[in-house]
Design a protein around this ligand. Sequence first.
Ligand code: CDP
Ligand code: MG
Length: 721
Amino acid sequence: MDVKNNTIDALNQPDFFEGMIPRKTTSAQAEKLEDGEVNPFTNKPFSKKYKTILQGRRKLPVHDQRENFLSLIQSSQFVVLVGETGSGKTTQIPQYLVYNELSHLKGKQIACTQPRRVAAMSVAQRVADEMDVVLGQEVGYNIRFEDFTSPKTFLKYMTDGMLLREAMSDHTLSRYSAIVLDEAHERTLSTDILMGLLKEICKTRKDLQVIIMSATLDAGKFQKYFNDAPLLNVPGRTFPVEVFYTSEAEKDYVEAAIRTVLQIHSNEPEGDILVFLTGEEEIETACREIKWEGEDLMRQNKCGPLMVVPLYSTLSPVAQQKIFAAAPVGRPGGPPGRKIVVSTNIAETSLTIDGIVYVIDPGLSKQKVYNPRIRIESLLVSPISKASAQQRAGRAGRTRPGKAYRLYTETAFDEELLEQTYPEIMRSNLGNVVLQLKQLGINDLVRFDFMDPPAPETLMRALELLNYLGALEDDTSMTKTGRLMAAFPLDPQLSKMLIESPNHKCSNEILTITALISVPPIFVRPRGAEKPADAAKAKFVHQDGDHLTLLNAFLEYKKNERNPQWCRKNFINERSMKSAVNVRKQLLRVMEKKGLAITSVMGNNRFYSTIIRKAICSGYFMQVAHREPSGHYATLKDNQPVVLHPSSSIKSKPEWILYDEIVLTSRTYIRTCVEVNVDWLFEGTSDYYTDLSSFPNCDGKRALEQVIKYRKRSGDRKKKI
Ligand code: CDP
Ligand code: MG
């Protein structure tokens, strides 16, 4: 930054903020600036659009509380703020802080965290519009692998995970003057840790302002945790919502949801529909079917025009913006036009879509489940809580009275749904978090002030994993390897594999593989086009396994990057590929910064497949399945029966298979796998396989014992020679 120019700029600029004392401002002072003709942050005249939006903002429920909010934060370091979804918390509160903190004058920032990337991006865009600035300049966002900020940025929306990551290099979060933890009721792993961390940091940083915000929640618990913080309850302006249940349980909830949409569209008065489903594939299928059948009904004049929009986290930002478009208009006097949003639970509280009058709720969402006994963490479609069901129904009553259709029985609601879902910290593998906490200098995890402490067994498993990976000493202090691993925003197995790859002289390939594993799937297999999709994939298949297949596809993509048709023709998800390229670039930067050598084996060594697989073993040696005499596979560490995922490139039935993840659906699959040689498991630095006494008594263990015996004998022989 050119300091001299800045000074001149500052001298030329009228001092908009004259007379305002940071943290002693009033809402009248701020509103005077907002109502002015010139944007005090850019010194440019306000646009027409700005003024229109401003009128809307002044009608939001939080606006009525602006003065109250200011007086609370001016007298307390922690403030808890609770309000209905759509009342203006996420978009307005950080702006109120901007005018009160005046952080931009002292080179500080205000952060507002979001559990979801989509919300961080979309809200940042909205707030940039509201403040009449260019996104990425004064207002920006920061999510994993994407930093859309500039030196000018003073208001930043970011995922909670990113803020946690920043704390690792800046232990006191010194660049922030205020931090808003939004959507605290979601109790994500990162938000929970941040709460504990901020509580600690605030003991020494008395100048740091912290706001905890959420939709309706047990505010008392948060207030108590934050040293009896004051509460601001923003009264909502909601309309009554009539709730309907089905008389019997639905067998196929997707089908039931589609049917309900079409019924509403043909029979009910004007108003948009929001449908909650659980994941991308399901949502895309539902959208297609609603469109087909809706258009059919329209041709028969049984309903008005409809616009169907999907909403899930891997959607491109442009596609995400479509949820805010206006509904199509019906013929005068004819049936109404309608917008239908089919969404994951992103739309439950993190994004507000105006105009929704009908909500369809099958009562399910994908939730993280961790079983420390068998060490499996997976996303499972599970029943939501009563609190979630209430939130979902509430989305129908934002602008006028609405209706919520629950696709389950009232008895199921009363008797089967939990009041609240358990915090994520109780359902997660904590490997990553423990490493981060250690890097943050928090050594005694048992004494860490968690709002709800994780199960001791889960903590133990995490420490054990990190110890085997060489990240922690036996006394759980951090090793050099551990510190290196913590520099990467990745799961411990992945970062370990990456930092070991230079020793195998294949870091270039492992970088690519790591990037590909970290993004949404690159191979697409649309319903109805499975055959051509499989044929296209066959060209990339490497018989030794999926990591190598991914690598092949990436290399071909790079050769054809400029060919706009290539991805579509080859059934490759272009957005995933592009983000893999981006992720790779960023990981490469960290590798270079840490002085890790970048070398390739492909093209240089015909044994490249073996070398790459050995490198994968260096991080994933604990995730191996063994073929039993019956022909079925079982995981080595837990003797858990598993099935090779049908999408795998491995078509033979090798004795040992290394897997990236376990997927629980109707069966327990292992996905993204490579064939390995059992000897490679012993070649790493870890002593995981030297003592098998804690392994379950299974066929794989016996096979390993044989190998150990054999290796010992041949080792003894070698020594004699
Ligand atoms: O955080 P909370 O749910 O309380 O509300 P918000 O996200 O701040 O949204 C407040 C209002 O801003 C919404 O009701 C919308 O009217 C508007 N908004 C919008 O028009 N477009 C967006 N992308 C986000 C918000
Ligand atoms: Mg919000």
